[in-house]
Design a protein around this ligand. Structure first.
Ligand code: BJ8
Length: 424
């Protein structure tokens, strides 16, 4: 990680010493987990560069955009419709919550038995370690799980937070609620940016975000090839970076990477030897730099070929219908698309079960590893139903609960190795 943007970080009021330590640890972690891989695609150099400059050049771009009058909106959940922010001339960034570096500070204000993702974003803020959080003009929370919902009340003491109400069911009344929440969000974004959203601007924004989803859908479908043409770690990194990078540039670069993948598949190339066990991940999102479990899996004789998660197919599977011509029609299309998200915060959440089984079959996996963060009730409870659906379809599942700490790595490795062996 580059360390050459100190003046900018100082202006953002980061704790420079702690931040330098974070970059050093991340650089080492990335080197061990990513740069040690064999047979990576040339196109991954772009992702390596973006990650190496994620706190540097990308933040500089955001600061330049702010100086030119643009507003930055930070989010923690794929329910927040980026199309609205883009249509108002803003920039949306996903705020990463995949490291435990601020855990000590977070535990001063949150119970210890809170999921690692929540502790991570609160910890980043309280420890002044995240230049993305500090660049935001507005941070959007949501009422998904109870932990997040209540943590935003604390977070709002330190940052400008706006909370969207997410329905918990999918009846007509829930759709109505969600439509009114999208309208309320539109008003807020117009106020923050000072720009009115027109039908023309929203149409362009819908197309832009759909294009990014399409290129990630293409990547996912290429991963159905046997043998696997790209590692799960690299595919996860691509999905993670999709939340930070400029959407036009990212879509173009991943398009080029998919062309390279296509060539590799046609020439019979692969990233793992023929016969390597194909597995799929399912469950909680894995935010940067949460690469622990993928690394364990891919060093245990398996390759990950899909992620059923918000940093994965839950964020890319559904497109917004582009047929509407009026602003109202486009808002309806947004409402319908976002209501299809199958987060475990919904009850019942049967669509997710069908989606997981279909994905596992399409990707020809030998098994699924269900990943829940410790203390995440929605996903750890839903694991029971997921396992039932998968075993009913003849696909074995291993349920794992963990956090961002490294203490359980050996224990997890033993369980994953046994599962891989069993699927053979
Ligand atoms: S749409 S998955 S991004 S809420 S892991 S904080 S659920 S206790 S992340 Fe999520 Fe939106 Fe749903 Fe996706 Fe709570 Fe569970 Fe923690 Fe979680």
């Amino acid at each position: 990680m580059s360390n050459s943007h100190e003046e900018m970080w100082e202006k953002l009021n980061l704790d420079l010493e702690a931040h330098a330590g974070l970059l050093q640890v991340l650089g080492k972690f990335y080197g061990d987990i990513y740069m040690s891989q064999q047979g990576r695609l040339r196109g991954m150099e772009y992702l390596d560069f973006v990650l190496s400059e994620v706190h540097g050049l990308r933040i500089k771009e955001l600061q330049d955009a702010k100086a030119a009058g643009k507003k930055i909106v930070g989010t923690f959940c794929v329910f927040v419709p980026e199309e609205i922010v883009l249509a108002a001339g803003g920039i949306q960034v996903g705020l990463c919550a995949g490291a435990e570096i601020g855990k000590g500070e977070a535990e001063k204000v949150l119970p210890r038995n809170t999921c690692a993702l929540i502790k991570s974003f609160v910890g980043f803020k309280l420890s002044r370690l995240c230049p993305f959080i500090e660049s935001c003009d507005l941070i959007v929370g949501e009422t998904t799980c109870d932990g997040k919902k209540k943590a935003y009340e604390i977070f709002s003491d330190y940052s400008p937070v706006y909370v969207m109400e997410i329905p918990q069911m999918k009846n007509n009344s829930d759709r109505k609620l969600w439509r009114s929440e999208i309208l309320r969000f539109k008003d807020q974004v117009e106020e923050t940016t000072g720009n009115k959203i027109t039908a023309e601007r929203l149409r362009e924004a819908i197309h832009l975000v759909n294009e990014r989803r399409r290129v990630l859908q293409r990547l996912n479908s290429l991963r159905a090839s046997v043998p696997a043409p790209i590692s799960g770690r690299d595919a996860l990194l691509i999905n993670q970076i999709s939340f930070y990078d400029d959407p036009v540039r990212f879509t173009a670069k991943i398009g080029e990477l998919c062309d390279e993948l296509d060539d590799r598949i046609k020439s019979g190339g692969s990233v793992a030897p023929k016969g390597t066990t194909r597995l799929m991940l399912s469950g909680c999102p894995m935010a940067v730099p949460n690469w622990k479990l993928p690394y364990i899996i891919e060093s245990s004789g398996a390759v990950i070929v899909g992620e059923e998660s918000c940093i994965g197919t839950r964020n890319t599977r559904d497109l917004v219908d582009e047929g509407a011509r009026t602003l109202d029609g486009m808002l309806d299309a947004l409402v319908d698309r976002y209501m299809q998200i199958d987060c475990a915060c919904f009850t019942p959440n049967t669509e997710r079960l069908g989606n997981i089984v279909k994905m596992a079959k399409d990707l020809k996996v030998k098994g699924v590893i269900h990943y829940a963060l410790s203390f995440c009730q929605p996903y750890s409870i839903e694991a029971y139903k997921v396992e039932k659906a998968l075993t009913g379809a003849g696909i074995p599942m291993l349920a794992i609960e963990t956090d961002y700490g490294m203490e359980d790595v050996e224990q997890l490795k033993t369980r994953v190795e046994a599962f891989v062996e069993m699927t053979r």
